[in-house]
Write a protein that binds this ligand. Structure first.
Ligand code: PLP
Length: 287
C-alpha cells in the first residue's frame, strides 16, 4: 500500500508525521473522505471544492492547486492498483513549535491514503441500523461552521463513544436548540407522508456530498425533498429513516431510542434510493 505524504509516495510503515505537526497537537487542519467506484472517483469536484473551502475558512494554505491535488489523488489510486476504495485526504497546518501559533508552521502537511473500506457489515444494509440520540451537541454554526470539515472531530468521537455505551453502532447528535443535526459522520433523512426531510446546513449538519447526491436522486425519482429542521419526535414518528455518507453510503435506520421505525425493516423508499445510488456512483464518476 502506497501513501502520498508531502510530495513522496511511502509505504504504510514509513508513513509518519512529526509530533510537532499541528494536526496532531491541535487538530489544526481539514480533511476529506472520497470514494472511488470501478475506477471512477465519485463527485471529485464537490469534494475538492469542500476541501478548499474548508481550508480557506480556517486560513490554511493547501500547497497544491485543485488540479494538482486531483492528479495526486488519481496517481495514488493508480499506484495502489485499486478500483473500489475509500480515499482519505488530510491537510494539516504542518510542523510548528509547541505553541498554538499557526503562523509558525511554514508548510501544510498533505496526506492521501487509499484503502478498501466497508464501514458497516453487509448484513446491516439488509437489516437496518439501531441507533440512539446522544447528549453530545453539534458545534454552533456561528462558532465554527459545520461546513468546515476540520480535524476537530471530538464531538463526533464522543457521539461514537456514546453509541458504543448504548450498544449500538451509530447515533444522532442534536444541535444546541434540540434540533436533529446529523450522525457521527453521516447525514440523516426521514420520510413522512411520501416527503423526504433532511436538516438544513444551518441546523448544524455537514454539507454532505452523499446527502446532496441522494437529494438529486430522490427528486429525479419524483419525491419531494425538504431541507427543514426537525426534532427527535419527528424521527420517532417517521415512516422511514436513513443515514448517508461517503463511507456509509445509504443505510436504513430501523430503531431510534427504542422506538421502532415503520415496520422495523428497511423501508421500500430507502431501498429504492440505495439501489439508485449504487447504480449512480459507477455511472457518474469521472476518471
Ligand atoms: N457529517 C459529518 C460530520 C461527516 O464527517 C460526514 C462525512 O464526510 C458526513 C456528514 C457525510 O458527508 P459526505 O456524504 O460528504 O461524506
Amino acid at each position: 500500500q502506497w501513501i502520498f505524504l508531502n510530495d513522496e509516495y511511502v509505504t504504510k510503515e514509513n508513513a509518519k508525521v512529526s509530533v510537532y505537526d499541528h494536526g496532531f497537537l491541535y487538530g489544526d487542519g481539514v480533511f476529506e473522505g472520497i470514494r472511488v467506484y470501478g475506477g471512477n472517483i465519485f463527485r471529485m469536484k464537490e469534494h475538492m471544492e469542500r476541501l478548499y473551502n474548508s481550508a480557506k475558512s480556517i486560513l490554511l494554505n493547501i500547497p497544491y492547486s485543485e488540479d494538482e491535488l486531483t492528479k495526486i489523488i488519481a496517481n495514488t489510486i493508480e499506484k495502489n492498483n485499486v478500483e473500489d476504495a475509500y480515499i482519505r485526504v488530510v491537510v494539516s497546518r504542518g510542523i510548528g513549535d509547541l505553541g498554538l501559533d499557526p503562523y509558525k508552521c511554514p508548510k501544510a502537511s498533505v496526506v492521501v491514503i487509499v484503502e478498501p473500506l466497508s464501514i458497516f457489515p453487509k448484513e446491516l444494509y439488509e437489516s437496518g441500523l439501531e441507533i440512539v440520540t446522544v447528549a453530545t451537541r453539534r458545534n454552533r454554526p456561528d462558532v465554527l461552521s459545520p461546513k468546515v470539515k476540520s480535524l476537530n472531530y471530538l464531538n463526533n468521537v464522543l457521539v461514537k463513544i456514546e453509541a458504543h455505551l448504548a450498544n449500538v453502532s451509530e447515533a444522532l447528535m442534536l444541535n444546541d436548540q434540540g434540533y436533529v443535526a446529523e450522525g457521527s459522520a453521516d447525514n440523516v433523512f426521514i420520510l413522512k407522508n411520501g416527503c423526504f426531510y433532511t436538516p438544513p446546513g444551518y441546523v448544524g449538519a455537514l454539507d454532505g456530498i452523499t446527502r446532496n447526491a441522494v437529494i438529486d436522486i430522490a427528486q429525479e425519482l419524483g419525491y419531494e425533498v425538504k431541507e427543514e429542521p426537525f426534532t427527535r419526535h419527528d424521527v420517532y414518528t417517521a415512516d422511514e429513516v436513513f443515514l448517508t455518507g461517503t463511507a456509509a453510503e445509504v443505510i436504513a435506520v430501523v430503531k431510534v431510542d427504542g422506538r421502532t421505525i415503520g415496520d422495523g425493516v428497511p423501508g421500500i423508499h430507502t431501498k429504492k434510493l440505495l439501489a439508485k445510488f449504487r447504480e449512480r456512483v459507477v455511472l457518474e464518476g469521472v476518471k
